[in-house]
Design a protein around this ligand. Structure first.
Ligand SMILES: [Zn+2]
Ligand SMILES: [Zn+2]
Length: 163
């Protein structure tokens, strides 16, 4: 055993874990054993000590990582995104069907055509009704919503008055 091996403490370990973008369970591009990542960061590490270290889990799916678990490091992700369009900003299209639309219609009492108090778009109401993440969701309405005050059509970008 080498005397000058680096001690792998919990702090260093947590820094290394932050570099992990996924493991073999949650990422198909996981290709490096976790031990490699540790070696890259720390130099040679006593693997026996590694096993006895604090429990390390994948930051993405919480699967416990062993030194042989294949992981994907952030470096790889950055390289990959140069070749593939980034998937971070992928938009989810959600179809608003009749029941959802009725639920959304029930949430607003007026629109920009009939009220000066219309301050938020129907989009916002739909986020609330569907529980979708507004940053990645676009809505497609099966028909325009109807304002109950003026009976005009309301699209997802129309400003409405919420009760
Ligand atoms: Zn994982
Ligand atoms: Zn209206």
């Amino acid at each position: 055993m080498h005397k000058n091996q680096v001690r792998l403490d919990a702090l260093s370990l947590s820094r290394i874990v932050q570099e992990i973008a996924g493991c073999e369970v949650c990422s198909e591009s996981a290709s490096e054993p976790f031990a490699w990542l540790v070696e890259k960061a720390m130099g040679r590490v006593d693997t026996a000590q590694f096993v006895s270290s604090a429990r390390v889990v994948c930051p993405v799916c919480s699967t416990p990582l062993t030194k042989a678990t294949l992981v994907q490091s952030q470096d790889d992700v950055e390289e990959n995104t140069k070749y593939f369009e980034p998937c971070w900003e992928e938009t989810t299209i959600v179809l608003i069907d009749e029941p959802m639309l009725s639920a959304a219609e029930a949430c607003f009492t007026g629109c920009e055509h009939c009220s000066d108090d219309a301050e938020i778009t129907l989009d916002y109401v739909l986020d609330h009704v569907t529980g979708c993440d507004p940053t990645v969701t676009e809505y497609v309405l099966c028909r325009p919503a109807i304002c109950r005050s003026c009976h005009r059509g309301v699209t997802e970008k129309t400003f409405v008055v919420v009760r």
